[in-house]
Design a protein around this ligand. Structure first.
Ligand code: ASP
Length: 330
């Protein structure tokens, strides 16, 4: 009898400890923020975005639901968007001044603050996977240009010719942008041609938060311009003690305002709510003349999807599988 009592008590303690280890899972993604207005969208195009966003978020969610790590959920959700010409990442990315594609991406692991990034890659098919490989298989955090491409080849990561990434739509945007004479860097057309970056933040059953972001940067970029996306703390950040954040928008302003870390710091030092923290940081972006948006999850799975542009492609799935997919302002 005494033995049975000890056995049952042990079983009870064991099952309690399993339960307390089970965190609520969640995943959020974005496909860029900008002047996305319903009146400029055809129903077909809108539908294509909704379908792709749903495919991406469900891909990540299924991994989490099966007990998989947030790293895999973020990577696979982003790869779906990188492989779609709809977004400014991977195939369909925006073009540089010399009609090429140059890709940036980063990944951060909130468990140990490990991070990896690539910038200015010409050949990496799925930059998010290369960013993860930099984190896991190199002693560095950020590799650039030829070095990033050489690293990918050495590690057996898929590479493709630069022409693989180029689409008619992006070629037309670049050419019409170049046809505008005396363009100013404050020109709204130039500003609006910047957007379409993709990103994801996920929290898994063990409470580990991961964040990833991937982009072609800005249309007509020149002189090897690199934006906020591969800069840890600017376009991407994750820390299990507070949150994960992925940003999209006018990269120069996201670098200057260290946006992703600024949100995390408010939560860490001021115990600020993740939505308020996002609004505060986006206000700072606005104050320096920029705009854009952020997505993120805090350590309890609370979601943020804030932006100060007309729209942001975005989706969220919570622990119970409830799904939200949106493009425009509420
Ligand atoms: N933030 C990206 C960059 O400036 C662009 C974007 O989010 O669309 O490179």
């Amino acid at each position: 009898m005494k033995k049975l009592y000890i056995y049952l008590s042990a079983l009870f303690i064991f099952s309690c400890s399993i339960e307390s280890n089970e965190n609520k899972i969640g995943i959020v993604i974005h496909g860029g923020a900008g002047t996305i207005l319903k009146e400029n969208m055809t129903p077909e195009l809108e539908n294509s975005y909704m379908i792709k966003l749903e495919e991406a978020i469900r891909t990540g969610y299924d991994i989490l639901k099966n007990g998989g790590p947030s790293k895999d959920a973020v990577e696979q959700a982003i790869r779906v968007m990188e492989d779609s010409p709809l977004f400014n990442a991977g195939v369909g990315a925006v073009l540089t001044n010399d009609e090429r594609v140059s890709l940036d991406a980063s990944f951060m692991d909130g468990k140990n603050l490990n991070a990896g990034a690539i910038a200015g890659s010409s050949y990496i098919k799925n930059p998010i996977s290369a960013a993860i490989a930099v984190m896991e298989e190199s002693p560095h955090v950020l590799l650039s240009s030829k070095g990033a491409d050489d690293f990918a080849i050495e590690k057996g990561i898929d590479t493709v010719p630069n022409s693989y990434f180029i689409t008619e739509r992006r070629l037309n945007s670049l050419r019409s942008l170049k046809n505008i004479n005396n363009i100013s860097y404050e020109d709204p057309f130039l500003k609006d041609s910047k957007y379409g970056t993709v990103g994801s933040v996920a929290i898994d059953i063990n409470g580990n938060i991961s964040a990833g972001t991937s982009t072609g940067g800005t249309t007509n970029k020149i002189w090897g311009r690199i934006g906020d996306v591969p800069i840890i703390g600017a376009g991407n950040y994750a820390n299990n003690d507070c949150c994960g954040i992925s940003a999209t928008g006018w990269g120069e302003h996201f670098i200057r305002n260290v946006v992703a870390y600024d949100i995390a710091a408010q939560i860490l030092y001021k115990n600020e709510d993740i939505i308020n923290a996002s609004k505060n940081s986006l206000d700072k972006v606005k104050a320096t003349g920029g705009d854009g948006g952020v997505i993120g999850l805090d350590k309890n799975g609370k979601v943020t999807m804030e932006f100060n542009t007309a729209g942001m492609y975005r989706a969220h799935m919570d622990n119970d599988g409830n799904i939200t997919i949106k493009i425009y302002k509420d």
